[in-house]
Design a protein around this ligand. Structure first.
Ligand code: G1P
Length: 309
């Protein structure tokens, strides 16, 4: 498979314009914090997950962030507002750096709110975004804000694969067989491009004994527009929800190309404290302002902890 780099402008090719971000979940794994604060607004160091996603989408070249929101989670959209009084006050006090931080989210990308009245599943949420796309958008991206992938360049690689072979391109990473029960799992075959596999089938959260591989979907997708038709035609699946995995499986059965790029970097799950805390440590250590002190503090904390064991 000839996958060239840096030819995005060839033949009038346009990259991803819209990134769909499902953000209507109840955040049950993060209670009690999520009684009043949407999990997408919990900070990694000082920046909410939704702004990290907006930044990744903007870096990819996307111009529109279609945020699927629940009626009680409008604060997620508010994060992209302008806050002129706050900015004025900060500037009047000489706090330029903070003023820039307030303005940043709204300048990254154009957010569009897509309401989801009931939590009927990831597939249902994505299906709602169809009307947000322009008529000429043949494909779009989905980024799940629970998932942080590092380096974030994997979406660019996925876009290159879409350009070469069409269809849908997902991001895969390896887990242990037991962990397959928590993910959409791929049945794959090799291609002649390293790190790119053709998907022959996909199953949502299987019993590990039945998992077709230990390559699972992480929250980055480039989806052909045909997925909307597939989403309309599938029945509720795992957990009684409309599953994106089932729509992708249907596309494969209908002969549409689906590939994965195997992600070899890091992945954090911000959706629960067990994944969120390491993410904060990882980002914190790399932060210019807090990193050096955090490194020392962590060593002290670990030394004290080990002495107690
Ligand atoms: C969703 C998808 C699953 C995917 C996972 C990645 O599951 O349904 O296929 O592997 O995201 O994080 P969720 O974590 O929302 O249950």
């Amino acid at each position: 498979m000839p996958i060239k780099s840096n030819d995005a402008q060839d033949n009038g090719y346009h990259g991803v314009k819209t990134v769909v971000v499902p953000a209507a979940g109840m955040g049950t794994r993060f209670l009690p914090a999520t009684k009043t604060v949407p999990k997408e607004l919990l900070p990694v160091v000082d920046t909410p997950g939704i702004e990290l996603i907006a930044e990744e989408a903007a870096t990819l070249g996307a111009t529109r962030l279609a945020i699927i929101t629940a009626p009680k989670k409008q604060e997620v959209m508010r994060h992209f507002d302008e806050f002129p009084e706050l900015v004025r006050t900060l500037r009047a006090r000489g706090k330029e750096e903070q003023a820039v931080k307030v303005e940043r989210a709204g300048k990254l990308i154009k957010p569009v709110s897509v309401p989801q009245e009931e939590p009927l599943g990831l597939g249902h949420a994505i299906g709602l975004a169809e009307d947000t796309l322009d008529d000429d958008e043949q494909f779009f991206a989905v980024m799940l804000p629970d998932d942080i992938v590092m380096p974030a360049t994997v979406m660019g690689e996925m876009e290159r694969v879409r350009r070469a072979v069409g269809g849908s391109v997902l991001c895969a990473f390896e887990v242990s067989r037991e962990q397959t029960a928590d993910y959409g799992v791929f049945d794959v075959e090799d291609t002649n491009a390293p790190g790119v596999k053709k998907v022959k089938g996909m199953v949502e959260k299987p019993d590990p004994a039945d998992a077709p591989s230990n390559l699972v979907a992480t929250g980055r997708y480039i989806l052909d527009r045909k997925v909307f038709s597939a989403l309309r035609r599938i029945k509720p699946g795992k957990g009684g929800e409309i599953q994106l995995t089932d729509a992708i499986e249907l596309l494969i059965r209908e002969g549409e190309p689906v590939h994965v790029v195997v992600h070899r970097g890091t992945r954090h799950d911000l959706g629960n404290p067990g994944g969120y805390i390491p993410a904060c440590v990882d980002f914190g250590l790399r932060n210019e302002q807090y990193g050096p002190a955090l490194y020392k503090d962590l060593k002290d904390i670990i030394a004290r902890y080990e002495a107690e064991l």
